[in-house]
Design a protein. Structure first.
Length: 254
């Protein structure tokens, strides 16, 4: 089932995807109006749900020429959930309810939707994610044949153990990464430390993968989101053209 809506210069819709575990997952899709087949880009949410910011990011990337699809990763525990950036405690039950197996099924369902849609250029699908979605982007690159993936401050790629989160990480999946990675980190992030950055880089290097790891020493976790208190305009301004150049280089038809 889809719901098509009008947006300036864009075509947006809500689609419902069937996941291999028998669940249904809504996703927000956005693409340039009237365009031919476009490169596809999976957009993975923060811990605060498929909210205004993530839908806006999907639209922002669609205006750059991509068919974007943002799946609702909390569809099992809280369909339609949109949390507040000032109430982290409200999102934690849904974060804890996620499993690698469930996320892998979700990203495969989203990827399969892209590969079967004639509006998406064949063989040209990538991913981008933020926070929890940055981790999901890394997982997706290991689970699906993506052309490229971008991860913003992906929590739990390297093993993390804090009072709030205990996560064994995804480093064992590094050999399965399918395409180049672009990773962003905030040097002031107290939960994702420089040691975590190094662990991710070391695992990818040992696996012989192409990647770039960028740390903004003066930025905190969530620095790219202008709806968060940790937003850093300078780091965000520098990161955006890096993202666009990376995606163009890897998702072009050359």
């Amino acid at each position: 089932m889809t719901r098509l809506e009008a947006s300036p210069n864009l075509e947006t819709e809500t689609v419902t995807l069937k996941v291999a575990d028998g669940t249904s997952m809504n996703a927000y899709a956005s693409r340039p109006s009237g365009a031919g087949p476009s490169p596809g880009l999976l957009v993975f949410q923060e811990a605060f749900g498929l909210n205004h910011y993530i839908r806006g990011m999907a639209d922002r990337l669609a205006r750059e020429g991509y068919f974007t699809l943002a799946p609702e990763l909390f569809h099992r525990s809280a369909p339609g959930f949109e949390g507040s950036y000032t109430d982290f405690s409200a999102v934690m039950p849904h974060v804890r309810a996620l499993t690698n197996e469930g996320l892998e099924a979700d990203v495969k369902a989203a990827f399969n939707f892209m590969t079967k849609d004639s509006r998406v250029a064949p063989g040209r699908v990538g991913a981008i994610g933020f926070c929890m979605g940055g981790r999901t982007s890394f997982l997706a690159a290991a689970a699906c044949p993506l052309r490229a993936a971008v991860s913003f401050y992906g929590s739990g790629i390297a093993p993390v153990k804090t009072a709030l989160i205990s996560n064994p990480g995804l480093l064992d999946r590094a050999p399965r990464i399918s395409g180049p990675l672009l990773l962003f980190w905030g040097g002031q992030d107290k939960n994702i430390t420089r040691d975590h950055h190094r662990q991710v880089a070391d695992a990818l290097a040992q696996a012989g993968k192409k990647f770039a790891s960028v740390e903004f020493s003066y930025a905190d976790h969530g620095f790219f989101c202008d709806e968060r208190a940790s937003y850093n305009a300078e780091a965000s301004k520098l990161a955006w053209p890096m993202v666009l150049d990376f995606l163009r280089s890897n998702l072009s038809d050359a």
